[in-house]
Design a protein around this ligand. Structure first.
Ligand SMILES: Nc1nc2c(ncn2[C@@H]2O[C@H](COP(=O)(O)OP(=O)(O)OP(=O)(O)O)[C@@H](O)[C@H]2O)c(=O)[nH]1
Ligand SMILES: [Mg+2]
Length: 648
């Protein structure tokens, strides 16, 4: 990768070779890098220090294309001090090439690397017995038996064990053949997922700028795409892509990929960051996981600190065990890990934990929920929920997620937690909506609520309206906004709308206009209130246009002012009384006859009328005349023209 050229090539190959990532593993000096060179022609050690000391320190890369398979090799250091580099290289590999020197057999990092591969969920592998030229046939056979015993019961049981010598070239064709077989058993990568590439290197190339490399673990990326750098949350443009040293239009899952990015300095990007489809992946500092401890390791106490490795990222975590005070070697349990720095993770991602000090690999596991809830003292559903997250079908997981989400789940949130495509989320959601276990509260934006919660909210709405009627017998209904607010902020407006709409359709509530009421709810007046109502109306009817003040009228009633005010409201709502100004209320009949007077005036004297003439016509003082004229203007019965009114 020393000479990077990002010029377009015309690819005339119609059949894409299958891309497979092979990661080496094994003890220091057992011949990993030498073997990679013997297979590919490229020595993976690139650092000056590596060459001087003859050991691998950081990850190295090489490529081999044979029989329609493009192998990308990730060569890792065997030195115990560099296991963390090994971890960054091993996440995302398809096949492990476990290297065991025939003259030394199984050593500590043989075990540790093998454990790591197991915990990371590597499914296939090939075992190379290297330096076969240094031992006799019997020794070689003994080591082989040892190795067979060592991998028994693991994913490597039955894997090819190939004796090789990089010195003589013996066994190399057989090793290539074994890699081909292993590759043929690797299924399709999850190309139909969002693009994600955990970064293992970032550097600058003259004339091109920032280049990052990594194993493309899902989806694909093309030149010109926008990608998001996480956890920085910067959106950047892809200028070009290389894989296996060749410029390509598109990088696919399963390829070692170099991405030329514009918009960022290479120094701002480092191992552990991720580039991904914008807006689809969460960054998190709290993950719910299933954690497994290695049988050979130490026990782990509740709230123990560990080194946490996922993808190429590494941070410190605190382990909160689910209902356990400690986890013993060989056991597994549900746990929450709180992280010191943000990492990118989705459901199903593997991780490794290493003891805080001394630093040794003690376990690992699987992320079940990357956007984990804060731990609550009484959260009885948590264990069952996480089990469903672990093993459930897409529908079961969606149902379980909605059950534990009172606010309603959005498509974005589901995608972020599961890594599924939004189209898949929508399809599953609509399915469940039909089966009536999940309520699709809104399709755009997609909001899902459990049917149970939706029904609960509907019932709360009915109960709230009923209570309102009881507490406000003189008011015909509850203002919509007040009803919405009564649900609190833990209910989305979309949910309120959907629930209310359904209740109206079911004729359980009535929501014409701004008021919500029970169908058939009537204002119930006591005989005393009924009498007061008549008294008020009569007082205004009698007064004609020279009305008394509202206060005066209400003060004469036998009921208290709060109730009297409500009754006044009823008369206003029934339009028996009309409010003309904040202080003045008239009977509707008085206003009708005023309109009649104006019509007669217009016929007799023409359409113009001044304030003095108006006062004379109606026999009222200026105090009433001005508000009344303004009222008539608003009703468009008159129109103001200078000091006069035009009768319309
Ligand atoms: N005789 C013999 N020597 C070998 C063979 N393979 C590797 N060596 C030698 O073993 C030494 C270590 O080889 P490397 O390939 O650097 O070992 P490594 O596993 O990559 O070591 P680290 O990366 O530091 O863990 C070198 O001096 C190699 O020349 C082999 O098949 N036969
Ligand atoms: Mg090496």
């Amino acid at each position: 990768m020393s000479v990077l050229r990002f010029r377009p090539t015309n690819s005339f190959m119609s059949i894409q070779p299958k891309s497979i990532i092979v990661g080496t593993a094994g003890h220091i000096d057992h011949g990993k890098s030498t073997l990679v060179e013997a297979l590919t022609g490229t020595h993976p050690d690139r650092l000056e220090e590596e060459k001087r000391r003859g050991i691998t320190i950081d990850l190295g890369f090489a490529f081999l294309e044979e029989e329609g398979v493009r192998f990308g090799f990730v060569d890792v250091p065997g030195h115990e001090r560099f296991v963390k580099n090994m971890l960054a290289g091993t996440s995302g590999i398809d096949i492990v090439l476990l290297v065991i020197a025939a003259d030394e057999a199984i050593k500590p990092q043989t075990r540790e690397h093998f454990d790591i591969c197991r915990l990371l969920g590597v499914k296939r592998g090939v075992i190379a017995l290297t330096k076969i030229d240094l031992v006799d046939g019997d020794t070689a056979e003994l080591v082989r038996l040892d190795v067979e015993e060592f991998v028994k019961g693991s994913f490597l049981e039955g894997a090819a064990i190939v004796p090789v010598s990089a010195a003589t070239g013996a066994g190399l064709p057989a090793l290539k053949q074994a890699l081909q077989w292993a590759a043929s058993e690797i299924g399709e990568r999850e190309a139909a997922r969002y693009f994600r590439l955990p970064i293992d290197r970032s550097f600058a190339v003259k004339g091109f700028g920032t280049v990052v490399t990594g194993t493309l673990i899902s989806g694909s990326v093309a030149a010109g795409d926008e990608v998001e750098l996480l956890p920085a949350r910067m959106v950047l443009r892809v200028r070009g892509i290389q894989t296996g040293g060749e410029t390509v239009e598109r990088g696919e899952a399963g390829q070692r990929t170099a991405v030329n990015l514009s918009g960022v300095e290479h120094t701002a990007v480092h191992r552990g960051m991720v580039i991904a489809t914008p807006g689809r992946f969460p960054k998190t500092r709290r993950v719910d996981v299933r954690l497994e401890l290695l049988p050979s390791g130490q026990k782990l106490k509740h709230r123990a600190r560990v080194h946490f490795h996922a993808g190429t990222a590494e941070t410190i975590g605190e382990v909160y065990l689910q209902e356990k005070t400690e986890l013993v070697p060989g056991e597994s349990a549900l746990a929450q890990i709180r992280l010191r720095e943000e990492v990118v993770a989705v459901r199903g991602d593997r991780f490794i934990v290493r003891q805080f000090s001394p630093v040794i690999t003690i376990g690992g596991g699987e992320v079940l929920d990357p956007l984990a809830r804060r731990l609550a003292r009484k959260d009885t559903g948590r264990a069952a929920f996480l089990e469903t997250m672990r093993r459930g079908s897409r529908e079961e997981i969606l149902r379980a997620m909605t059950e534990r989400n009172a606010l309603g789940l959005t498509a974005e949130e589901i995608v972020a937690r599961t890594g599924w495509l939004e189209t898949d989320v929508r399809a599953a959601a609509l399915n469940l909506g039909q089966s009536k276990t999940i309520r699709v509260v809104s399709k755009e934006p997609l909001i899902l609520l459990s049917e149970r919660l939706f029904t609960e909210i509907s019932q709360r709405l009915i109960a709230r309206v009923e209570r309102f009627h009881k507490e406000n017998p003189l008011v015909p209904g509850m203002p919509r906004e007040e009803l919405r607010a009564s649900l609190g902020r833990r209910v989305r407006t979309e949910t309120f709308r959907a629930a209310l709409q359904e209740l109206v359709e079911q004729r359980k509530l009535d929501a014409s206009g701004e008021l919500v009421k029970k169908p058939g709810a009537e204002i119930q007046l006591t005989p005393e209130e009924q009498r007061a109502k008549e008294q008020i109306e009569q007082a205004f009817a009698k007064a004609g246009l020279t009305v008394p003040s509202v206060k005066e009228v209400l003060a004469q009633l036998s009921i208290e002012s709060r109730r009297a005010e409500k009754i006044l409201q009823i008369l206003l709502r029934e339009k028996a009384l009309i409010r003309v100004s904040p202080e003045l209320v008239f009977h509707s009949r008085a206003l009708d006859s005023l309109a009649g007077l104006l019509r007669d005036y217009k016929k007799a004297k023409g359409e113009r009328i001044g304030v003095p003439a108006f006062k004379e016509l109606t026999g009222i003082t200026r105090k009433y005349a001005i508000p009344l004229l303004e009222h008539l203007d608003r009703l468009r019965l008159t129109h103001r023209a200078g000091d006069e009114r035009v009768i319309l």
